[in-house]
Write a protein that binds this ligand. Sequence first.
Ligand SMILES: Nc1ncnc2c1ncn2[C@@H]1O[C@H](COP(=O)(O)OP(=O)(O)OP(=O)(O)O)[C@@H](O)[C@H]1O
Ligand SMILES: Nc1nc2c(c(=O)[nH]1)N=C(CO)CN2
Length: 173
Amino acid sequence: MTRALLSLGSNLGDREQHLRRAVGRLGPGVVRRSGIFETPPWGDADQPSYLNAVLIVADPRAEPYDWLVRARAAESEAGRVRDPERRFGPRTLDVDVIVVWDDDGRPVLSDDPELTLPHPRAHLRAFVLRPWLDIEPAAELPGHGPVATLLAAPDLVDDVAGLTPRPDLALES
Ligand SMILES: Nc1ncnc2c1ncn2[C@@H]1O[C@H](COP(=O)(O)OP(=O)(O)OP(=O)(O)O)[C@@H](O)[C@H]1O
Ligand SMILES: Nc1nc2c(c(=O)[nH]1)N=C(CO)CN2
């Protein structure tokens, strides 16, 4: 049994639809979903703004790598094309595996480049931390501490202020 936090992002095409389809694909595994946020592009400024959200997923049969396989399948279904020239460039759908917890609730740690856990850039990303805090106010990012503390740090203050909740949009249809 594993539980995982997945982050969803889209900034090309019908962004809301891409996020919703990804949720639909994960089906009964989705145990909690955040609201949707409009977020300025991070890491590569010259692209449209994103819609971002996070999901808590759980599956008695899923190993940590299964979440990566499912994330990639959702990206492929959304027609994701990788541009090797632009690491943080625009995309129909990005699904990142942020944290995986084992049966006993312990975080899985991995330095495998195929699946690094926790996600190595999660602590820098208000677009991941803010929706996570909304659904788990006591959340802790393994190795980095409470999400509320990370979001209040000077490095992230501007990014947090740049996020706009989109209550007019929803992950469920
Ligand atoms: N925790 C993780 N979640 C998703 N992909 C990961 C993770 N750790 C390593 N990877 C690897 O990263 C590679 C690049 O993934 P991807 O193209 O989605 O990166 P990106 O979205 O551009 O950047 P970022 O991972 O910073 O969001 C994938 O082939 C995947 O195997
Ligand atoms: N706001 C925002 N910026 C990003 C996002 C994302 O999901 N949201 N994903 C990226 C891929 O690594 C790069 N930049």
